[in-house]
Design a protein around this ligand. Sequence first.
Ligand code: KG4
Ligand code: ZN
Length: 321
Amino acid sequence: MILGLETSCDETAAALVTDEGEVRSSVVASQADLHARYGGVVPEVASRRHLELVSPVIRETLEQGGATLDDVGAVGVTQGPGLIGALLVGLTAAKALAWSRGLPLVPVDHLHGHVASLFLAPDPVEPPFLCLLASGGHTLLLDVESHASFRRLGTTLDDAAGEAFDKGARLLGLGYPGGPEIDLLAGEGDPEAYRFPVARVPGLDFSFSGLKTALLYAVRDLSPEELEARRADLAASYQRAIVRALVDRVRAAAEQAGRERIAVVGGVAANSELRAQLADAALAPLAYCTDNAAMIASAARYGEALSPPSYLALDAYASRA
Ligand code: KG4
Ligand code: ZN
């Protein structure tokens, strides 16, 4: 089995995945509560919390999987992109564990990890397909050619889709992370109540900053009582605008790339309206949309396994070159 580790942002996660892609156990310790009062992730706070959680989370993962370290054949770990201090905790833990057991280590790119959430059993999606990766840090259109490689066709010019959800939630006085909060509240609102603009940038790129400003103006014009009464309508209309932008572009990209199959991964793939609008697409399983280590172990199945001690000098990276 592969032991996966993920610490790129504010989730400390470990998972055991078999060579066939079956998840034996997956443990995610979210730090969201710790960061909520700041309205976003505080990097230094995240690193320290990872340090406290990484060993207990690994122990819990082995226990839930009914396994010991003797059952682990390789360690897969997120190398980047993400918060550098947070990444270093997971990478260092992975190196120590792998080296002490004489195991190979597979460094995994976090974005590749999100794509690989689709390769898990029992219903793995076979490449090629056109993939929308929408998370708190990224909004990417990827032409996934094989299990190990993809070509980037589009990205966001400003905010990521998840970031747009989080910032919108803040403007509406909702909690962090904002995506699930808006998703829930939107269910009680009218998505056609407000006409928010969907930016039309050339090519296959996205832009969400104008939308955020439109929401700001709409909220600013309301009294506290009016905001209370219109909050659900605002949430529903704002969500619709984001989802419309994502759906339009992913369909256009699939057509351009000549791919019949569309897939969606990342935290925003958990959004109920997006899932409904793309019901014909391959959607990442709900449990593996937001950050987790099962997707990292899944990607490790297709990555390059480094033998000990060559990986001890490996460094984390904050962003892709
Ligand atoms: O993939 P992820 O856990 O972390 C990154 O790699 O960034 O994605 C987190 C993002 C957050 O911005 C969060 O608000 C968003 O995913 N998110 C959602 C939903 N659940 C999480 N956005 C919209 N609707 C949801 N149900
Ligand atoms: Zn992520």
